[in-house]
Design a binder for this molecule. Structure first.
Ligand code: EPZ
Length: 451
C-alpha cells in the first residue's frame, strides 16, 4: 500500500483548478440507468470511487466509454440484471444510489445493504421509507435489500431524519419519482448543491423537477427519459480542502473553478479565523470563479457546528480542525451529522495537536507548531486533514493507507507538489534494504483538466 512522505514547512504558492465533484458525480452516473439513450459527462473527476461506480454500472448493463481523463459516456445496453453485489457495495457505500433508478426503470432491484464506515453507522432507512411511499415493496434477504414495484405512484414524502435530511436518500427518491405515475412532493429534501446538479441532468433528460436545492422538491412523473450531456459541478469539498492547505502554510494560492457560492458557510468561518478568500474577477460566475487565498500571520480561534447545507459541511470538519490546531486560542467544533466522525483526532494528537473530545464536541487548544510523525489514514476526509497537518508540521510526516485519499482527491500529491509542497507518494510494495523506494514527485507543472 502506498504512503505519502511530506517534508513540512513549505509555503504553498501558485495556481490550481478544482475538479468535478465526487458527491455530485456518483448519483449523476447512476441516473444513466433511467434511460436507454447515452449520457455524456465532462468534468468527471478521475477518482477510484468513480472507477468503482463505473464497474458497478457495467455489471448492471451499462456500456462505459472513457473519451478522456475527465470525459465519459454511459449507455444502458442490457437491462436483464439488477443486482448490485456486496463486494462492490461494501467498498463504496454510495453504490446505494443505484437503488432508485433501477427500481423505477426495471421494476426490481437487489442491492447489498451498505455496511458502516470508519465514522459510524450509515443507515438507509430514509431511502427505503421514501421508495415504499412510492409504492415499492421492500424486503431484506441475506444482507441484501430487494425492492419491487410494477409501477411507482407519486406521493408526498417527508424525508427528514434525526440528523437532518439525507443527500443520497433525496437523490434516490427524486430519481425514482421521475418515472412514477403522477406528482411526488419530497418534504425535508436535502438542499445540497449536488442534488440541484442531479435535478439539472434529470430535467435535461426530460424529467419535470422543480424546487431542487430547497427543502421541498416537486416531481411530475413522465413516461420515459432520454439522453443528455452534462458538466459535473466543481467539488466544493476539494475546493475547501485546497483553501485550508494554502492557509495552513501561510501561502498565497489562486484556485480556479472555485464554487464560492456553495462555500459561504466555510468562507464565513475562514474569514473569522483570518483566512481571506478573495474573488479575483467579481463579474465571474461565483459557482466556478477564480479566488485568491491568503491568511493573516496569526490565526484566531473559532466555534462552529456542522449542519446540513447551507450550514458548515461535515466533509470539511476534519480539515478545518487541522487549521485550528495552529490558531492562537481555544476553538470548539461540534459534529451534528456524524457524531463519531473524529478518526483524525488521535492522529492529529500524534503530531502535537492539543485536542480534547467530549462526545460530539472537540475542544482545539491552538499550539505554536505541529511536529511531523508517522500517522495512518482512515476515512477520506480524516486522511485529508492529516496531509494538511503534515504540510505545516516541522519535519517529516508519513501517511499510510493513502488509498483512502485516492477515493476523493485525484493525485493529491501532484496537485500539492505543483504548489511547492515537498510531498512524494512512496510505493509501499517496493522496499529496498528496509527503506521504501521513493518516487519523488517534483513540483512539475501539471496539466490541470480544463474543468
Ligand atoms: C453524503 O452521504 C455524502 N456522500 C457524504 O460525503 C456526506 O458526508 C453526507 O452526504 C452528509 O453531507 C456522497 O454524496 C456520496 P446522508 P449520504 O444520507 O447521502 C443519517 C465524503 O466524505 N441518515 O445525507 O450517505 C446519516 O446517518 C462523504 O465525501 C439516516 O439516519 O449522507 C447521517 O447522520 C462522507 N437515515 C445523516 O442522516 C438514512 O436513511 C446524513 O446522511 C440516511 C441518512
Amino acid at each position: 500500500m502506498d504512503v505519502f512522505k511530506i517534508q513540512g514547512g513549505q509555503r504553498l504558492t501558485g495556481k490550481i483548478s478544482v475538479d468535478g465533484s465526487k458527491n455530485a458525480a456518483l448519483p449523476l452516473l447512476a441516473a444513466s440507468l433511467l434511460t436507454s439513450e447515452p449520457i455524456h459527462f465532462t468534468c468527471m473527476p478521475h477518482l477510484s470511487d468513480i472507477t468503482n461506480m463505473s464497474k458497478l454500472l457495467a455489471e448492471l448493463g451499462c456500456k462505459v466509454e472513457q473519451q478522456s481523463t475527465n470525459e465519459i459516456t454511459l449507455q444502458v445496453t442490457d437491462e436483464s440484471t439488477s443486482h448490485a453485489r456486496y463486494d462492490i457495495v461494501r467498498t463504496m457505500r454510495a453504490s446505494v444510489c443505484v437503488l432508485g433508478p433501477l427500481l423505477a426503470r426495471r421494476g426490481k432491484v437487489r442491492v447489498s445493504m451498505p455496511g458502516g464506515c470508519a465514522f459510524g453507522d450509515r443507515p438507509i432507512d430514509l431511502h427505503l421509507r421514501g421508495l415504499e411511499a412510492l409504492g415499492a415493496t421492500i424486503e431484506l434477504d441475506g444482507g441484501d435489500i430487494i425492492a419491487r414495484a410494477d409501477k411507482l405512484i407519486g406521493a408526498t414524502i417527508f424525508l427528514g431524519g434525526p440528523f437532518g435530511s439525507t443527500v443520497l436518500g433525496t437523490a434516490n427518491v427524486m430519481s425514482a419519482a421521475t418515472l412514477a405515475k403522477g406528482r411526488t412532493i419530497i418534504e425535508s429534501a436535502a438542499c445540497e448543491p449536488e442534488i440541484a446538479d442531479l435535478a439539472l441532468l434529470l430535467n435535461n433528460m426530460g424529467a419535470k423537477i422543480s424546487g431542487a436545492g430547497t427543502p421541498r422538491i416537486i416531481i411530475e412523473g413522465v413516461e420515459q427519459l432520454g439522453g443528455a450531456s452534462h458538466t459535473v459541478m466543481p467539488d466544493r469539498i476539494v475546493a475547501g480542502t485546497w483553501a485550508i492547505a494554502a492557509a495552513m502554510t501561510n501561502g498565497d494560492v489562486t484556485i480556479e473553478r472555485f464554487p464560492l457560492d456553495h462555500l459561504l458557510a466555510v468562507t464565513n468561518i475562514l474569514s473569522t479565523v483570518g483566512v481571506h478568500v478573495k474573488q479575483i474577477d467579481p463579474s465571474e460566475n461565483p459557482r466556478t470563479c477564480a479566488v485568491q487565498i491568503v491568511s493573516d500571520r496569526h490565526l484566531k480561534p473559532v466555534m462552529f457546528t456542522t449542519q446540513p447545507y447551507p450550514g458548515f459541511p461535515t466533509d470539511l470538519q476534519a480539515q478545518m480542525m487541522a487549521l485550528l490546531c495552529l490558531s492562537r486560542g481555544n476553538s470548539i467544533i461540534t459534529e451534528k451529522i456524524y457524531p463519531e466522525r473524529f478518526m483524525h483526532v488521535p492522529e492529529l494528537s500524534r503530531m502535537g495537536a492539543k485536542l480534547v473530545r467530549q462526545g460530539a464536541t472537540v475542544i482545539v487548544q491552538g499550539v505554536d507548531h505541529l511536529v511531523g510523525a508517522p500517522v495512518m489514514a482512515s476515512d477520506l476526509r480524516a486522511s485529508a486533514s492529516l496531509v494538511l497537518a503534515g504540510l505545516a508540521a516541522e519535519g517529516e510526516t508519513t501517511i499510510s493507507r493513502v488509498y483512502h485519499l485516492d477515493r476523493g482527491y485525484a493525485a493529491m500529491e501532484k496537485t500539492l507538489a505543483s504548489l511547492g509542497a515537498k510531498i512524494e507518494r512512496v510505493d509501499g510494495s517496493t522496499i529496498v534494504d528496509g527503506l521504501p523506494l521513493v518516487e519523488t514527485v517534483s513540483s512539475q507543472k501539471i496539466v490541470q483538466s480544463d474543468c
